[in-house]
Design a protein around this ligand. Structure first.
Ligand SMILES: Nc1ncnc2c1ncn2[C@@H]1O[C@H](COP(=O)(O)OP(=O)(O)OP(=O)(O)O)[C@@H](O)[C@H]1O
Length: 292
């Protein structure tokens, strides 16, 4: 009989809106001991999952599963880059963008059962100013909202929508220069998103044509946001028809340089990082293995 698949589960106890989860009980109930051997660890602080994932890979775990949202997925995946271990996901965040893109079941029992015999494949990885992202990164309004959301105290889609609406009235675009391989754009930045996966999470499709294995980032640029355009963008995010809507301009690229006229906030996978006036964005083809 082949050796059981060795899996390490890394649980972020703070992720999502439903904090009660008896993970050990669910795993013993739904994982097949003939197929899988496993261990469970909890993160103690932000950033901890990077170290725990790297250590799990070093001691021979074949799959390291992020039990959390896109922030936890980002940390686990960063820890696994350059190792022999693959990333798994048990979605437990508020958005779960990468899990949704990779068609991981949103229901926890179904997602656990799926890990008895996962499919292994490789996906592209993006980086912005040296910080890796797996789903999306972005400049401008979406980064600003992720900063305000982190400060809001409560999580969930309702809080996110409230924060976005409030900040819409305050946020002003910043002039930027975007250098692509064959062209340079002089424009205003309300939002410039770099999409490896198609969605932000919650099935909000910022770049519905993004292919996570094509060696390219999909850029979505929105230069200004009138009320009419805001309504169009909100609808298109839900419908997945932003490219056809006329409300945004799309490009694909492997490498992008952005210069901003004044400091502009940026996020990776929905977590606010800080501000900069220079952004160096790259795509690293098939740099991460996933087990989904
Ligand atoms: N033990 C911990 N205590 C405090 N923060 C933690 C801990 N473990 C992880 N974190 C941080 O919590 C942040 C949020 O987690 P995560 O993104 O997984 O959940 P979420 O925000 O609810 O989901 P989503 O990103 O899908 O909206 C992560 O960026 C991570 O750094």
């Amino acid at each position: 009989m082949p050796a059981a698949l060795r899996i390490c589960f890394l649980l972020n106890p703070t992720s999502g809106t439903n904090r009660r989860l008896d993970l050990p009980a669910l795993l013993s109930q739904h994982l097949d001991a003939n197929l899988v051997s496993y261990e469970v660890e909890e993160t103690q602080y932000a950033g901890h999952a990077v170290e725990l994932a790297r250590a799990a890979a070093a001691r021979g775990c074949r799959v390291v599963v992020a039990v959390g949202g896109d922030g936890t997925v980002n940390e686990v995946a960063r820890g696994l880059l350059g190792t022999q271990a693959a990333l798994g996901i048990l979605p437990r965040g508020s958005g779960n963008g990468l899990a949704r893109h990779l068609k991981v079941p949103m229901e926890i029992v179904a997602a656990i059962k799926h890990l008895n015999q996962p499919t292994f494949q490789r996906i592209d990885v993006g980086s912005i100013n040296g910080r890796e992202f797996f789903c999306t990164a972005g400049l401008g309004f979406d980064a600003h909202v992720s900063k305000c959301f982190a400060e809001a105290g409560t999580r969930g889609l309702a809080t996110y929508a409230q924060v976005a609406l409030r900040e819409y009235r305050r946020f002003r675009p910043v002039p930027i220069t975007v250098a692509l391989a064959d062209t340079t754009l002089e424009t205003d930045c309300y939002v410039l998103a770099f999409a490896n996966a198609a969605q932000y999470g919650n099935n909000a499709y910022i770049a519905p044509r993004a292919d996570i294995q094509d060696g390219l980032l999909d850029l979505c640029l929105i230069d200004s946001m009138s009320v009419v355009r805001a309504v169009r963008v909100a609808l298109s995010l839900a419908l997945g028809d932003l490219p056809e809507s006329g409300a945004a301009v799309f490009h694909t690229a492997r490498q992008v340089q952005v210069e901003a006229a004044r400091p502009l906030g940026f996020h990776v996978d929905g977590d606010y990082v800080g501000t900069s006036t220079h952004f160096s964005v790259e795509l690293h083809p098939l740099a991460l293995e996933v087990a989904v």
